[in-house]
Design a protein around this ligand. Sequence first.
Ligand code: IPD
Ligand code: CA
Ligand code: CA
Ligand code: CA
Length: 259
Amino acid sequence: MVFQKRHELIKGWILEAATMILKSLQEELTVEVKTHRNDLVTNMDKAVEVFLISKIQERFPTERIMGEEGFGNSFQDLEGTVWIIDPIDGTLNFIKQKRNFAIMIGVYHNGIGQMGYIYDVMEDEMYWAVKGQGAYCNDEKLPMVEDTSLKEGLVAINSGMFATNRYHAAEMGLASSGVRMVGSAGVETAHVVSGRLAAYLSYSLCPWDIAAGKVIAEEVGLVYKKLDGKEVDLLSKNGIIVATPKAYQEILTDYLLKP
Ligand code: IPD
Ligand code: CA
Ligand code: CA
Ligand code: CA
């Protein structure tokens, strides 16, 4: 595999970061409010990001890094190799549940996803993919997803989007087998990748919520698009859908594009 060396490094860094997080579960967290009462950051979000950035900079000094808790908003383009990092995806879950959170890394080259990693720390499940080489959960190769319809599948919908019925999310949920909400874009995307869900939808996700999952999802035959059906843009916020091809087409036509 072309990316074998990189893969071993990334996997090792993520597992080391996870050990830091697991140790911190015994200690008191420092929690700060970012933009509003549900937008929080802990000392561990910051520590994991600093740790991953230091490893990447040491090994790949010329490559660029976009991280949620650091200099994520200063990117004007995606030229060259860009690492896109979410040190803890699901910070609210980390604080309140001590589960259902993930470490995520995406590696893009000139805007095209090359490698994606979502590590569900408490489940010890690492979902990862290298473009064109399939997706894995830990060491197991994941099969291509079954093309489940909306009616046959469970869907995850961002709680705010569902509660306000944006994009007819409530009707969409009713037309499915049932709605599940976890509160981590990474964990929810991993559940679509592994076939436990037919779709995951969220408005207003940042590049680091998307980057890793998109690479992995596309390797198992899922569609990963903006809520208007266009390509996602990793330089701004996006509403996104990741779904089986069948569920995607139904959701797009019957709900997302409906006035
Ligand atoms: C958040 C989670 C959540 C999503 C938010 C994200 P964070 O990431 O993925 O599920 O609804 O939009 O910001 O802030 O916990 O890394
Ligand atoms: Ca956050
Ligand atoms: Ca996130
Ligand atoms: Ca985060």
